[in-house]
Design a protein around this ligand. Sequence first.
Ligand SMILES: [Cu+2]
Length: 165
Amino acid sequence: MKFFRCSLLASTLLAASSLATTALAAGAADSITVVDPYVRQAPPGAPATGAFMVIRNSGSKEIKVIKADNPASKLTELHTHLNEGGMMKMRQVANIPVAAGGEAVLKPGGLHVMLIDLKTQLKDGDTVPITLSFDDGSSKKIDVPVKNPMAGGMPMKPDMPMHKH
Ligand SMILES: [Cu+2]
């Protein structure tokens, strides 16, 4: 019966250690890193603007962003741009998948978080807290700076013709 007791102990230890692993892995949000996020400053009076960022997944499973929220606009949607017959149009998407060990790039002309019905005018230097929710129920809040696309910080194209008078 000595062997039985040993294996019982071993399986108890195994159960305890897998429990500890589960407790440590609080959710997909732990595998997510958000790089270089910014909200594009909208022109005065514009009702909506976009947030852009790179979302990295260091985990071994695909993670889907299923929702975004922020307090600065009434609605927050996940969007992409599609070329429909030569016209660039925005479409809401159900989720943004981030591959295991990969990244999703949210950039102008592509995927973005859409801030619709802005409650206040967002200006350069403001910060918008955006919460991303993932398909396992976890979420991550990031502080996103507002940037003016016309001001410094956005690289000018080197071949852009200088304005001459
Ligand atoms: Cu949009």
